[in-house]
Design a protein. Structure first.
Length: 147
């Protein structure tokens, strides 16, 4: 999974790969597989395990919890996607709230600076602080998709 990729995009990409693999196996390997039910269940379990291993580090604790608490053969991709999507939305919500608070604090600082000191002194001081404290973009923020 890429750092800027959403859970929805990631699971869509995984589903495309899975469908391609299944189409290939149906076309070329059907006569070689003895027990199709067993092989499909085993394949699904492997896919779930690989999905859990390839997520970005911010999802590690959830992936570990799922691995320890559930039988990977019993869990469905849709349930897995919903769990990670909920966590992703929570992370994005926290980041947006923190960003809003930072903007309010900067505005308050700017307003108090305007009223208490000379404008030239305060804005120069404020601008220097802003340029030296440039924030990096949020690593947990994902592009938001219209659904």
């Amino acid at each position: 999974m890429n750092d800027q990729e959403t859970i929805t995009d990631y699971f869509t990409r995984i589903r495309i790969l899975i469908n391609s693999m299944k189409a290939y196996s149906e076309k070329y390997l059907d006569e070689q597989i003895i027990d199709k039910d067993y092989s499909e269940k085993y394949l699904d379990e492997q896919i779930i395990d690989k999905v859990l291993r390839t997520l970005t580090p911010q999802f590690d604790h959830i992936a570990l919890e799922i691995k320890e608490s559930k039988d990977l053969g019993m869990i469905k991709m849709e349930v897995l996607q919903k769990s990670f999507k909920a966590h992703e939305q929570q992370l994005n919500g926290r980041w947006l709230e923190q960003e809003r608070k930072r903007k309010v604090e900067r505005w308050k600082k700017w307003r108090s600076c305007d009223s208490s000191h000379g404008q030239d002194h305060c804005h120069t001081e404020h601008d220097e602080g802003e340029s030296s404290n440039k924030r990096k973009s949020n690593p947990t923020q994902y592009k938001m998709r219209k659904e």
